[in-house]
Write a protein that binds this ligand. Sequence first.
Ligand code: 5GP
Length: 194
Amino acid sequence: MELLEERIKQDGQALSEHVLKVDSFLNHQIDPKLMQEIGKEFASRFSNESITKIVTIESSGIAPAVMAGLYLNVPVVFARKRKSLTLSEGLLTASVHSFTKNETNEISISKKYVNEDDNVLIIDDFLANGQAALGLIEIVKKSGAHVAGIGIVIEKSFQDGAEKLKELGIRVESLAQIAALSNGKVIFKPEKAE
Ligand code: 5GP
């Protein structure tokens, strides 16, 4: 997605060979117009999949997921990283190790909002080693729902998350694919021809 790549080139900061900072439009300050275009793009890529629900993880997955939900006209459920006082029963959980925070969280969603009738699109901001996506797949599967695919805003293709997901036979659609972060520069994988 050209608009997104341009924005990453303009505002993204390669903090190291492994970590990209995009807190001016996605991870802290959020650009609603860009999120809207991202949501539209996810909706178009998954328009033939009869999606009934989107599942994401707090907090940075929520903005792109809500916009995709708007265009696909389906509800959005976000997995929580911490237990809530008002949400403690009927939870589906999985353990997820965070790449950026180097901590393990028990993530959870309520059984009330995802069930065996659902065809779920999972959305997240970044794909690195795939731990967040695998945790989300695990809880969606525990609900009995079907995983129709995964939509990622920024895939770091030099890490093995995308490979792991494709090995599971899951469709992965990443709007920007980064081949390398090198000397402070972001190098993109060329977009596939249609
Ligand atoms: P994974 O679970 O695939 O290893 O990592 C994905 C999660 O870690 C995402 O939910 C995202 O929050 C965070 N993450 C991984 N790599 C980066 C990165 O380079 N920059 C930022 N901002 N977040 C990242």
